[in-house]
Design a protein around this ligand. Structure first.
Ligand code: ZN
Ligand code: ZN
Length: 501
């Protein structure tokens, strides 16, 4: 089938170019771009874009799609104002679960600091809902959680700690138990739900982490063998330290949110200077320099791209030092990743440039927690908040930073991500619309070595398009209804438009 995309304002070579009249799609690829004056073919099916804006399909370079898809069917606690509201929402969801076989309830995006009581619900409060369902409540950053007594009974490895809030390894054990008890049908369903949410958010491709962030790559092969069944393209990461399992599964990369440090919200991000609100606390480095060097060196030897979660400057330095050493002793074009890469003083920026590592960043983190009066500033001080999420500084240093949501942590929404990048709290870190688009298109494609296939509207590239009713540069972070259609590999995957044969 030959399809002609017409009557659109195409984003071509970094701008909306009115000289581009149409794009011909054949076998899932862009095979010809018609410029002003060229004769259009008469034998193609016409897709009339009605003057809307056509961008290259957007790419999110960091998601946890299994969790996102799974939790989307659960309870989103983000808007709760107090403990009573949290409990009410959970109670309502429990009623709906009554007739289901599956006795697990996933609650997510709880920000205890935003509740009137400034605390998590207690185990007693959860138990008062009197149920025989296992309840998991995850903190918004995923680094701590609360579970009810019924769930506690099932999870053998928990430490004797009677605290309501589970952190560190207890958090991991609890979450893994919940995830590990999902059957294949539920797992597959979660990825299909995630794919639909991705399309609605304007994405044609998303990177997703699969694994327990320890030694198991969990259902990596199960999803890898079903990739063609999804309406978007998943780029998979075996998220684990198990190099052998990753290689056996045929992966070309490893890692994701395998942790060099924790989070700022949980006071576990590894810092050079102590927390402003917790003196003498420098956060946590979860592993030694030697451990990381050995792990990254072995992966590098096997040509595996490595991604590591590091957000405090001490943790970023630890990981980047390993990349730096390999860049000097055994250079390969592998494009290792610094995931989140939030706190970066100037000298560290230059070292990242030298190592060639790619910061995989979340502009929405600044949107939610940035600013000299924001949450980050309250933990780290206003001055340090100015060297966080340095999108523009990286771009100015020719570092190929990429954009991602870390969904389920923030929304899987391309417009929100790009608007957050254009409206950074720190004016000197704001990206231009062109740069914001780049971090979600061509830079993102570069990250997965797909820069000759994805991320641009060019002949020979995959026919992936995101269609908006407005020009991106005039949208704001609160706009979310501007995605009109998404075309993946030349096929309509979301939304609609006029076609005439
Ligand atoms: Zn993550
Ligand atoms: Zn992470």
């Amino acid at each position: 089938m030959r399809t002609l995309l017409c009557n659109a304002r195409f984003y071509y070579r970094n701008r909306i170019d009115n000289n581009v009249k149409a794009m011909l799609i054949e076998s899932g690829k862009i095979t010809h771009i018609f410029l002003e004056g060229e004769t259009l073919p008469l034998d193609a099916t016409i897709w009339d874009m009605q003057g809307q804006y056509v961008y290259p399909g957007f790419i999110d370079t960091h998601t946890h799609s299994f969790e996102g898809g799974l939790y989307s069917a659960g309870v989103d606690l983000y808007d709760c104002k107090n403990i009573a509201e949290v409990l009410e929402q959970i109670q309502a969801a429990l009623l709906q679960l009554q007739n289901k076989e599956d006795k697990m309830l996933f609650c997510w995006r709880l920000d205890e600091n935003a509740l009137a009581e400034s605390r998590f619900p207690t185990v007693e409060e959860l138990d008062s809902l009197g149920s025989d369902v296992c309840i998991l409540i995850r903190r918004i950053d995923g680094h701590s959680c609360v579970i009810n007594s019924f769930a506690r009974k099932h999870i053998a490895q928990l430490s004797g700690n009677q605290d309501s809030v589970l952190r560190g390894v207890d958090n991991d054990h609890a979450v893994h138990w919940f995830h590990g008890n999902c059957g294949q049908e539920k797992i597959y369903e979660a990825y299909q739900t995630a794919a639909q949410i991705a399309l609605k958010g304007g994405f044609t491709t998303i990177h997703t982490m699969i694994g327990d962030a320890e030694h198991s790559i969990t259902h990596y092969s199960f999803i890898d063998s079903r990739l063609p069944r999804f309406p978007i393209e998943y780029i998979l990461y075996p998220q684990s330290f198990n190099l052998e399992a990753a290689l056996d599964a045929g992966a070309t990369r490893i890692g994701g949110c395998i942790l060099a440090d924790g989070s700022i919200g949980s006071h576990t991000a590894g810092l050079t200077q102590a927390y402003e609100d917790s003196k003498d606390n420098f956060g946590t480095l979860y592993k030694t320099d030697d451990f990381w060097y050995e792990f990254i060196r072995t992966a590098h030897q096997h040509n595996l791209q490595v991604g590591v979660h590091c957000l405090g400057d001490r943790a970023i330095r630890q990981i980047n030092n390993a990349y730096l050493k390999l860049a000097k002793t055994d250079y390969k074009d592998i494009r290792h990743q610094l995931i989140h890469c939030e706190i970066t003083p100037n000298d560290l920026v230059l070292q990242i440039k030298t190592s060639g590592a790619i910061p995989v960043m979340q502009p929405a983190f600044d949107h939610y927690w940035g600013g000299t009066h924001g949450f980050y500033a309250s933990r780290l001080g206003a001055e340090r908040s100015l060297i966080m999420n340095r999108l523009k500084t990286f771009v100015n240093n020719n570092i190929k930073v990429t954009g991602g949501s870390d969904w389920y942590i923030t929304e899987l929404d391309a417009i929100k991500g790009m608007c957050a990048a254009m409206n950074h709290h720190n004016k000197s870190e704001r990206l231009s619309p062109k740069e914001a688009i780049q971090i979600y298109t061509s830079n993102a494609a570069y990250l997965s070595h797909d820069e000759t296939r994805l991320g641009l509207l060019e002949e020979g590239f995959q026919a992936d398009f995101t269609i908006l009713d407005s020009q991106l540069s005039i949208l704001s972070t609160s706009d979310n209804t501007h995605i009109k259609a998404v075309i993946k590999r030349g096929e309509l995957a979301f939304g609609n438009f006029e076609t005439n044969v």
